[in-house]
Write a protein that binds this ligand. Structure first.
Ligand SMILES: Cc1ncc(COP(=O)(O)O)c(C=O)c1O
Length: 373
């Protein structure tokens, strides 16, 4: 679904303004903010970098704790560790696979206590500072009760919206109304090759994000620094690609939705296959269409189906290992985890790229039918 990509990238090259100083960086930021419905967006060179800086903006410090969805790609958990803070994993709920708000509430009520104006985890004695709900696979978390809980207990919410650009929560665009992070990695709805953004209504936080992502330089001319900053800002040549893709975001999203509808119709009746759920509060972006396989009814499990599809030249893939099982984050506290583990065992993500042809998609559907009972 090509638009002005070649034209804008060429403009970036021929004007030689390829770096972060080029005009596409700020133009892309305006596009993002306008689309999401936030006052500011600060473009970074990855979603992971956006999360790292957003946690710093949220005031997370070494040895603090941050609640994070157990079922997620590893990046937000790594970002917590970059600061020297500690993740506490919160299980997923079984219906829509998102952060389980009841588990979170239970933990905050039962296992934490107010102390010195903050909240302390009774079992570790550490301050609990923030929560990262991950809007997983293009589907929004139930963000209102998460925000209410966070406000009640004095936590800052950093939304990981990297997989869910374009999704709506109760009619509002994901990414608005707080501190939210996006990704423009190669497999995302809009890509800059690699990239991300921090989105917020808070001008001061946004200015601070620009400062931190550009090596925290304190003087426009002299190389004076009072803080350790990062080289995290998105170069203009990448933003040029993103600006062109953003012009077609509605079409890109429509393509995802059509793909999701066809999968739901084509796979809905197969015994043992559950199509991707949609919560009453959600209009998902359908980033990565994912099914669940019940081996007792389908006759093979998700991994056997994955191998079967591979034998037909169709790529599918498992979703992310639940974080409480990750060796990289061994020994961290987890609130539950059984639900996430079960979903991950049963889940399989299907081809979902923008522009996937109906013919190719039909081949996926037919193969899943064929391998079934
Ligand atoms: C949930 C989640 N968080 C963070 C990221 C990190 O984004 P990036 O790859 O742009 O660093 C990704 C994926 O790429 C993701 O899926």
């Amino acid at each position: 679904m090509l638009g002005n990509e070649v034209e804008y990238v060429t403009e970036s090259v021929t004007t030689t303004w390829v770096s972060t100083a080029g005009s596409f960086t700020s133009r892309f930021e305006r596009d993002i903010a306008a689309y999401v419905g936030a006052r500011r967006a600060v473009a970074t060179n990855s979603g992971t970098a956006a999360l790292h800086v957003a946690l710093l903006l949220a005031g997370v410090e070494p040895d603090d704790e941050v609640l994070v969805s157990d079922m997620t790609f590893i990046a937000p958990v790594n970002a917590v560790r970059y600061i020297g803070a500690w993740p506490v994993f919160v299980d997923a709920e079984d219906d829509y696979w998102q952060l389980d708000v009841e588990r979170m509430a239970e933990f905050l009520k039962r296992d934490c206590a107010p102390q010195n104006g903050g909240l302390v985890n009774r079992s570790t004695g550490r301050r609990v500072r923030a929560v990262i709900p991950v809007h997983l696979l293009g589907h929004p978390c139930d963000i209102d009760p998460i925000r209410e809980l966070a406000a009640r207990y004095g936590l800052v919410v950093v939304e990981d919206s990297t997989e869910s650009l374009g999704a709506l929560y109760k009619g509002r665009r994901i990414g608005s109304g707080g501190i939210s992070c996006l990704s423009f990695n190669g497999n995302k709805l809009v890509t800059t090759g690699g990239g991300g953004a921090i989105v917020t209504d808070d001008e001061e936080l946004a200015d601070r994000a620009v400062y931190l992502t550009t090596q925290a330089k304190d003087d426009p001319l002299e190389y004076i620094h009072t803080t350790i900053g990062f080289n995290y800002r998105m170069p203009s040549i990448n933003a040029a690609l993103g600006a062109a893709q953003f012009e077609k975001i509605d079409e890109r999203l429509a393509s995802k939705r059509e793909t999701a509808e066809r999968y739901a119709q084509g796979l809905g009746g197969i015994p043992g296959i559950s199509v991707m759920p949609q919560a009453p509060w959600a209009k998902p972006a359908w980033w990565l269409y994912t099914i669940r396989v019940d081996p007792s009814r389908y006759g093979r499990d998700s991994r056997a189906l994955m191998r079967g599809l591979a034998s037909e030249g169709i790529m599918s893939r498992p979703i992310f290992e639940p974080m409480h099982k990750s060796k990289a984050h061994e020994g961290m506290q987890a609130i539950g985890g059984e639900v996430a583990a079960r979903i991950v065992d049963e889940a399989l993500s299907l081809p979902s790229s923008v522009g996937l042809t109906e013919e190719d998609q039909q081949r996926v559907i037919d193969s899943i039918k064929e391998f079934g009972p």
